[in-house]
Design a protein around this ligand. Structure first.
Ligand code: SF4
Length: 371
């Protein structure tokens, strides 16, 4: 459980079991939602209320985001990693593949392809590779990339506040860092080696990011590692805690669900699609203005449905290996972080979102607004 949550896991579990359908209906009818309402939305009883939850979540989404949905793409720069997260294809103990770190020229080549899709919002992703993909490396590539993209965010590895600040000043405006699981015991079993084995240091890194001034702070739990309802409570509590501390920054939530990885990993607490949808709807019903992300780990149909009802951001045409956009051979042979379930082009994703009545936005941010 998120350490600053005032409820214990036992309290939460017994409360969730006690929620009735009537409680959940009352929460759904309320004008504004409390944390108790959030708990009611994720309760087993609320699973019978999905059509009504969809309808209200879609209305809230329309109130705050209009008919828009933002589309972005990730750019993987390195699959070297000094950590050994058992669920990840990049883990250090998985030695069957050659690793790759892109040079600046290769990064720009990848970026040009992403830009040619019409994408204006870029997420830089890397394994924990502080020697090769160092702070200097990121400062250097971001100084070029910011000439091409209006918004750059990072999902790399925890850094000190001063390093985050350097990246912010170079042009990175969003930080995403998943805690993976908020359950300390499970965390310890899954993160055996490397700096990531320190649960508290990972939590503290998001605070360093807030202090460094990032405009957007993205949180997430990797769904499938631990009981999803417990993770949902921790994720929400983490979001509320960060929002209070860094009220100038926007808190964002992602809902990555484990998909097959090279080397194999079976989810410890599998989450099905209906449960994922309930979780995302609960977040939209409680966090009205928050950005909710859905990645290509999920199917095309599920992503379109999520975008209509709750998700504000969807990725498209994602390649999850360094060099995957320009080098088809690399894409087939190299080590991916996870299995992509929606490999549709940006054009196809946009078309299908338009069928849902949504207007696709490629430009998520204007730097002049933040200066
Ligand atoms: S999850 Fe991140 S830190 Fe862990 S092995 Fe994969 S890339 Fe490295």
């Amino acid at each position: 459980m998120f350490p600053y949550c005032k409820y214990s896991e036992e309290n939460i579990t017994s409360y969730l079991e006690s929620v009735t359908l009537r409680d959940a209906e009352r929460s759904l009818a309320a004008q504004t939602s409390t944390f108790t309402d959030f708990l009611n939305f994720i309760s087993p009883s609320a699973a019978d209320l999905m059509p009504a939850m969809r309808e209200k979540a879609a209305m809230i989404k329309r109130m705050h985001f209009g008919k828009t949905v933002r589309v972005y793409s990730p750019l993987y720069v390195s699959n070297f990693c000094i950590n050994d997260c058992l669920y990840c294809g990049f883990r250090t103990s998985y030695c069957d593949h050659q690793r790759r770190r892109l040079t600046k020229a290769e990064v720009m080549q990848e970026a040009a392809i992403i830009k040619s899709y019409g994408i204006n919002s870029l997420l830089l992703v890397s394994g924990e590779d502080p020697k090769g993909a160092s702070v200097d490396y990121f400062v250097d590539i971001v100084s070029e990339l910011k000439k091409m993209f209006s918004y750059i965010s990072i999902e790399i590895y925890p850094m000190a506040q001063t390093d985050y600040r350097r990246l912010f000043e170079a042009g990175v405006h969003g930080l995403t860092l998943y805690q993976e699981t908020y359950d300390r015991e499970t965390y310890g079993k899954l993160h055996l080696k490397g700096p990531k084995s320190d649960y508290s240091a990972r939590l503290d890194a998001m605070v360093a990011g807030g202090e460094a001034g990032f405009y957007n702070l993205g949180l997430g739990a990797l769904l499938g590692l631990y009981n999803w309802r417990s993770e949902a409570v921790s994720l929400a509590a983490h979001g509320l805690w960060l929002r209070k501390k860094f009220w100038r920054s926007k808190i964002q939530f992602s809902f990555p669900r484990i998909t097959p990885v090279e080397g194999g990993f079976d989810p410890l607490a599998p989450v099905n699609e209906a449960e994922l949808e309930q979780l995302m709807l609960a977040f939209r019903l409680f966090f009205h203005e928050a950005d909710l992300y859905i990645s290509t780990r999920e199917s095309h149909q599920f992503r379109a449905l999520s975008a209509r009802n709750c998700a504000s951001h969807v990725s498209a045409a994602s390649q999850v290996v360094p060099g995957g956009y320009y080098d088809e051979e690399q894409r087939k042979q190299d080590l991916g972080q996870f299995t992509v379930n929606d490999s549709c082009s940006v054009e196809q994703v946009s078309e299908d979102l338009a069928h849902e009545g949504l207007k696709v936005i490629f430009k998520d941010w204007d730097p002049c607004l933040g200066s």
